[in-house]
Design a protein around this ligand. Structure first.
Ligand code: HEC
Length: 143
């Protein structure tokens, strides 16, 4: 439990740092959405590594939270807002369809995965697929 609290503090601490000094409210909102994705993923990762006790309901809830948050990505990025602290590449708004399709892939992937989690061993493939889905968008659309 102590470890879990330390991890939670670490995650929120990192998020606060990443957002520090962001002035544009659209950029701030989309960064907060991304941090929420990372928070849910860290929780699943902590269970996959045994740092946190396995809890199927909590893992499923985290996946469904990711799915819901992913469904908000298109709206969060609709405005082509910029900020000196932003890592978003301008190509997002040139290829918005392709960008939003990465978001809907993450949305449907996590909704589907939520139904597959019954044991700790299921979390390793979940983490791999999650990592791929986040990376598929970051590699093209984030600095
Ligand atoms: C559809 C594209 C897309 C998907 C899918 C996506 N991201 Fe992102 N992510 C971005 C973009 C673009 C940025 C840069 C935003 C900015 O700096 O304005 C970003 C930034 C981030 C950040 C930094 C936020 C900050 O405070 O600066 C984190 C953390 C992050 N993403 C985590 C994730 C995780 C975890 C997943 C998967 C569960 C994920 N992302 C899926 C596009 C995506």
């Amino acid at each position: 439990m102590k470890k879990y609290i330390a991890l939670a503090l670490m995650v929120t601490g990192t998020a606060a740092l990443a957002h520090g000094g962001v002035k544009d409210p659209h950029v701030m909102h989309r960064m907060m959405g991304m941090s929420e994705l990372a928070k849910q993923m860290k929780l699943i990762g902590a269970m996959a590594k045994g740092v946190m006790p396995f809890d199927a309901d909590a893992a499923r809830a985290a996946l469904l939270n990711i799915s819901r948050e992913a469904s908000e990505i298109p709206a969060l990025f609709e405005t082509a807002a910029t900020d000196p602290k932003s890592e978003a590449l301008p190509v997002i708004w040139d290829e918005f369809d392709s960008f939003t399709s990465r978001a809907s892939e993450l949305e449907s992937l996590t909704r589907g995965l939520a139904g597959t989690v019954t044991s700790e061993a299921d979390l390793r493939p979940v983490m791999q697929q999650l990592g791929k889905a986040c990376g598929a968008c970051h590699s093209d659309f984030r600095e």
